[in-house]
Ligand binder design. Structure first.
Ligand SMILES: [Zn+2]
Length: 98
């Protein structure tokens, strides 16, 4: 039986991931870049608890746009704040309303 290294409980009843989702303070902002291009930025994710590349893939599929992971932030091309917020909440994340 696998034991979680963080809480010492068996993996089946470990809730570290759930706690991590709730304690992270995720902010979703958008920024206008050169040539008027807008990017949606997801900040506050803990790279130790979240697979940022996987999450970025999920978000990119959801908003049907390109994106990258940079310095612990996910950047998506275009204005997708509402959709990203909804998607993250559906996944169980606590999103800080800005
Ligand atoms: Zn745990």
């Amino acid at each position: 039986m696998a034991i979680c290294a963080t809480c010492g409980l068996p993996d089946e009843i470990c809730i570290c991931e759930e706690i991590a989702k709730e304690t992270q303070r995720i902010r979703i902002t958008s920024d206008r870049r050169r040539y008027g291009k807008v990017v949606t930025i997801v900040e506050g994710l803990d790279a130790g608890d979240v697979d940022l590349d996987e999450l970025a893939r999920t978000l990119k599929t959801k908003v049907a746009a390109g994106g990258t992971v940079k310095k612990g932030r996910i950047e998506l091309q275009g204005e997708h704040r509402k959709k990203v917020e909804q998607t993250l909440q559906d996944l169980g994340y606590h999103v800080e309303i800005t």
